[in-house]
Design a protein around this ligand. Structure first.
Ligand SMILES: C[S@@+](CC[C@H](N)C(=O)[O-])C[C@H]1O[C@@H](n2cnc3c(N)ncnc32)[C@H](O)[C@@H]1O
Length: 362
């Protein structure tokens, strides 16, 4: 009797379930290395080259639909920058499709494991099977049909997909560990309850729990597939994190109930009116003297060129990120201050380098 690959459990790579076939893994490993060589290593050169072409043609990179069209027209004749952008987009489509196809070969088994994990701790999981997603959360973000909520295995796709996207740099959640370490405590040093919003698959929340084992850590996300997989992943690590499906603009926690709130690459993925509602919610659930840290893209006041330049502009345009342009031009620091926060520090640049540390006055 022959056993097909889809019947064989190939175990895990670090904290992530392995793909179904060795050939899928070889392909995605190749894509990871190719992206490091063709994209990451060329990023600075291509950025400088693209920005120089725009400057020469008098085009200011504006994060609007018209701005993107103008920038595209300006670089149309440049083979290097265009090839770079083409490779970037096609590579993403190729590895994403391979990962999805590979996991779907064992879909029934993974759905069973997600169900089984719901009965296990040490943490908890809450979600609503009848949750009605707002329209903005059902767009094909990052080229995934219906975004993070479009498939019950979306969390697995994200886990493997981002391991390729980060080109190996997030192995064993190393980037999330670094972010956890660089997320500062409230000024009085007291931390008993921590909340991560837009937690995805809970990588940062689990690292925060590792750093502050005595603290109660909550991880929330609008997508049920993401928190379900996050819970499964956390149970495998024996990490006591409490996952819940919850929009960040409507937090189901009492006023002043957290010492720290943190988000990582959440806000560039939601529309501006929702951002403002979420900032009000963060303010409400933080205690006086509590601290919110936002890790995300750099954002500048409207009318100023975005810090990210041509390649950053095209990255969001080609990567199915419909709200990122508005975010990078929204002066997020101004919005945080308007909400009442005191900005302790701002590190410009893209995550994991970009953070705003915001204190709620005591
Ligand atoms: C780019 S992922 C980041 C996930 C995670 N923080 C990380 O570091 O990998 C953005 C996450 O935000 C979630 N999200 C989008 N809109 C949201 C909302 N209104 N409230 C809470 N989470 C939301 C998505 O479901 C997704 O998991």
């Amino acid at each position: 009797m022959s056993i097909s690959n889809s019947q064989v459990d190939r175990g895990k790579i670090g904290k992530t379930p392995a793909l179904t076939n060795r050939s899928d893994e070889a392909f995605t490993d190749f894509m990871s290395d190719a992206r490091n060589f063709l994209l990451h290593a060329q990023w600075k050169n291509m950025s400088e080259r693209g920005n120089a072409i725009l400057a020469e043609k008098g085009v200011v990179p504006e994060a609007t639909k018209e701005g993107v069209a103008k920038a595209r027209a300006a670089i149309a004749e440049d083979t290097y920058v265009n090839t770079f952008l083409r490779v970037k987009r096609s590579a993403q489509e190729a590895y994403k499709n391979r990962i999805v196809g590979s996991y779907l070969e064992r879909e029934a088994e993974y759905l069973r494991r997600l169900d089984d994990a719901e009965k296990r701790g040490p943490g908890t999981l809450t979600y609503d099977k009848n949750f009605i997603y707002p329209e903005y959360a059902m767009v094909d973000i990052h080229l995934q049909p219906k975004g993070y909520a479009g498939h019950p295995l979306a969390g697995m796709f994200y886990d493997y997909g981002t391991s390729i996207f980060y080109g190996g740099a997030n192995s064993e959640d190393a980037l999330h560990m670094r972010i956890a370490k660089e997320t500062p405590l409230p000024l009085d040093g007291k931390v008993t309850r921590i909340l991560e919003i837009g937690c995805g698959i809970g990588q940062l929340a689990c690292e925060l729990k590792r750093l502050y084992p005595a603290a109660e850590v909550h991880a929330t996300d609008i997508s049920a597939p993401m928190v379900r997989y996050g819970h499964w992943r956390a149970t495998e690590q024996k990490s006591e994190v409490h996952f819940a499906q919850m929009p960040c603009e409507d937090l189901d926690f009492p006023d002043k109930s957290f010492d720290m709130v943190v988000s990582h690459i959440l806000f560039h993925e939601i529309p501006l009116p929702v951002i403002d509602r979420a900032l009000a919610e963060i303010w409400r659930v933080l205690r006086p003297g509590g601290t919110y840290t936002m890790w995300d893209f750099a954002s500048t006041p409207p009318g100023q060129a975005p810090d990210r330049g041509l390649i950053g502009l095209m990255d969001t345009a080609d990567n199915g990120e419909p709200y990122a342009s508005a975010f990078v031009s929204c002066n997020i620091e101004g919005r945080l201050e308007k909400q009442g926060f005191t900005l302790r520090s701002r590190v410009p640049g893209n995550s994991p380098m970009g953070s705003r540390v915001c204190d709620k006055p005591a």
